[in-house]
Design a protein around this ligand. Structure first.
Ligand code: WTA
Length: 668
């Protein structure tokens, strides 16, 4: 992209919704926390001057900067060119050949890392397992051979639907070993969600387990897979089943095989496939503004480099760290920061299977104490739950091993930040509030812990190679403290390479709002120090407990119920979850509304999408408020949902037409 174009982007959508400029109540958060001299002295980047110098170099001379950083990966064949950019298609490290599993495993088998813990695992019922790099390597090679035995080839898609057990990491790494493309589906998604994703990515094989443990109960994973395949629409020929819980499951002859049985047929030697830098690595489905989740596609070298680099500079991971990322492997955070980043760097990554409040509210603190966790990465929604449960749960445990804390997933409110800082971090640990997305592959805006003075509630400054800006609808940078749209103006190594099977949607979703720039879908503002404050999504995507959920997805689940005529779904502020899901529903002629029907609809959404999407409230309306051109007045519904306009019995029929008329002016 030429500089000229970058300076004056053509606004493609003249009538784009105006972002509420200035109207946002400004947070007056003036507390500043500087990294301690002790932390800075040991950190890889120990001053703002150094951060600024590196950031400037990464933007002005990306070839030089990333060319140098990429030397820290193990290449089977060196790359010849750092970047080729024809918007919206980026290619990084052209001509290079490498293998992700080789970078995450084989190269650590020389020297002391060979016998170091790669994964420390604890199951919810309490079992413990440690896999050294050598052991993990062996398991990955064996399972890669199982995949080969089951006819999986380079480029084939492999669906993974597993609980948080080491086998999830083993299965993912085994795919990378042979060049297969994994697509992990979060265990909280339903049979229908699995089916949609299998159909979209064309997987012929699914790896699952009989079940998984969650808050003492067994999640019937295999049953969900059976239901997903029941209609016979998918191309799935093989299901590999890991025995986790031991409950009875249906085994379909000729289709289903047991993981442990398959291992009996293979040996532990499997050469790492020679793969191109741009070889597809994984597809991960995430919600967008339509009813159909997008298969975000990531490729090999740029992604791996960034995963490793951010673990090095943002988490400042060391040989003796015990690092714990609490995200599920079904989300991008689990991919980048539980598996690929830490393992590529040769670190020790802790994995815990279950809920934070099982058997009691102190499970996380128990784990931190027991394994002497040093770096802890979690979500604001979890922090708010811990706050609610009370400090006494922490007080029972020695958390003094912690040296660095991180958050991700949604804006963190200053109160939760302060609690995290004082109660968990004992006032001595820097906090890295990391803003990023499934699409961005890894951290984009984040403090550098030994350098950046932090303020509660801001993700602070862009990471290396990230040219972030906040602009108005015309693409002009907004002034200090004004709200605008967050854009990224240059390609970055781990950026998504597309939406699986949908080039047009890729272009339209991310690159058409501002020609040549990536539009993140978030609103943000910058303060006087240039720090980015993320306000949250400004598209039709909700962020519920750190999980992305498309309002259109929930709407289409609702209208698939025989009683529903029309539905509109909005978010409302929620103290614990960030946002709650409120559904406005009109029923078909002759259908009576009732509390029972509201409950039934909640269950229906849960069944169609999965427990992650369970509505907080279903409200019935005689008609949905619409503009003269027929668009649903979401802004009004949001106000109603938040209780700003009217409060009403949630199960009686609401006549929204009057308020709609009142609010109609200016909506069309
Ligand atoms: C939100 C998760 C504020 C944001 C890695 C983004 C955040 C969406 C932060 C992506 C943060 C993530 N501060 N908001 N530190 N981190 N978000 O794809 O709205 O599940 O667009 O990726 O989460 O969610 P996703």
């Amino acid at each position: 992209m030429s500089k000229k174009k970058a300076a004056k982007p053509a606004p493609k959508k003249a009538a784009a919704k105006k972002v509420a400029a200035k109207s946002q109540t400004m947070m007056t958060e003036n507390r500043v926390f500087k990294p301690s001299a002790e932390f800075s002295k040991k950190a890889r980047i120990g001053s703002m001057a150094e951060y600024r110098r590196m950031h400037e170099e990464s933007l002005k001379h990306p070839e030089k900067f990333f060319g140098r950083e990429a030397k820290e990966l193990t290449w089977q064949k060196p790359f010849t060119k750092v970047l080729e950019w024809k918007c919206p298609n980026a290619k990084w490290f052209l001509g290079g050949k490498l293998n992700v599993s080789e970078n995450c495993l084989d190269r650590h088998l020389v020297g002391v890392n060979k016998t170091k813990a790669a994964l420390i695992w604890e199951g919810e019922p309490g079992e413990k397992r440690v896999l050294t790099y050598q052991q993990l390597h062996r398991e990955v090679c064996r399972f890669a051979n199982v995949l080969k035995r089951n006819k999986v080839k380079k480029g084939d898609r492999v669906m993974i639907y597993l609980p948080m057990i080491p086998e999830a990491a083993i299965a993912m790494l085994a795919c990378t070993r042979i060049g297969a493309v994994h697509s992990v589906v979060f265990g909280g998604f339903s049979a229908e969600s699995i089916k949609d994703r299998v159909l979209d990515c064309g997987a012929k094989i699914i790896i699952t387990s009989d079940g998984g443990y969650r808050r003492g109960a067994v999640v019937p994973l295999k049953k969900n897979v059976d239901d997903a395949l029941k209609s016979g629409e998918t191309a799935v020929e093989t299901v590999i089943v890991y025995r986790r819980t031991g409950q009875d499951v249906h085994i379909e002859e000729g289709r289903d095989v047991w993981w442990h049985r398959e291992l009996e047929y293979v040996d532990a030697h499997c050469a790492a496939a020679v793969l191109d830098s741009e070889s597809p690595l994984f597809i991960l489905y995430t919600s967008g503004s339509t009813g159909k989740p997008k298969g975000i596609l990531h490729s090999t070298a740029g992604y791996l480099l960034h995963a490793q680099m951010t673990c090095k500079y943002v988490f400042d991971l060391r040989d003796d760290d015990v690092y714990w990322c609490t995200a599920d492997v079904g989300w991008v955070t689990g991919h980048t920061y539980m598996i690929y980043g830490p393992l590529s760097l040769g670190a020790t990554s802790l994995m815990y299977e279950g809920a934070p409040n099982w058997p009691e509210n102190d499970r996380f603190w128990r784990i931190i104490e027991e394994y002497a966790v040093t770096v802890f990465y979690t979500a604001p929604t979890a922090i708010r739950a811990f706050m609610k449960w009370g400090d006494e749960w922490l007080k029972k445990h020695d958390l003094s091993s912690l040296r660095l804390l991180g958050t991700v997933g949604e804006p963190i409110n200053p109160e939760a930040w302060m609690w995290y800082h004082t109660q968990v971090g004992g006032g001595k640990c820097p906090i890295v509030d990391t803003w990023w997305q499934t699409e961005t592959g890894g951290h984009m805006i984040t403090p550098i812990p030994g350098a950046t003075p932090t303020k509660p509630g801001t993700a602070t400054l862009p990471f290396f190679g990230v040219d972030a800006a906040i602009v108005d609808d015309l693409g002009q940078e907004v002034g200090k403290d004004e709200q605008g749209k967050l854009v990224i103006r240059k390609p970055w190594p781990p950026m998504l390479r597309g939406i699986w099977g949908d080039k047009k949607r890729y272009q339209e979703t991310y690159w058409s709002e501002f020609d040549g720039w990536y539009f993140a879908g978030d609103g943000a503002r910058k303060d006087k120090d240039g720090y980015f404050w993320i306000i949250g999504r400004i598209d039709d995507v909700l962020n519920v407990a750190g999980h992305r959920l498309g309002t259109a997805e929930v709407e289409s689940a609702l209208v698939s119920h025989p009683s529903v005529a029309e539905a509109a779904v909005v978010g409302r502020p929620d103290e614990m979850k960030g946002q709650g899901v409120v559904c406005f529903v009109t029923v078909k002629e002759g259908i009576a509304t009732s509390r029972d029907l509201a409950d039934e609809l909640k269950k229906h959404v849960r069944k169609v999408i999965g427990p992650v999407a369970t509505p907080d409230e279903v409200r019935f309306a005689a008609a949905l408020p619409k503009t003269r051109s027929g668009k649903i007045m979401r802004r009004l519904l949001k106000q109603i949902a938040a209780g700003e306009v009217i409060k009403g019995d949630t199960t009686t029929l609401e006549d929204l037409s009057v308020i709609a008329q009142l609010a109609a002016s200016g909506e069309d």
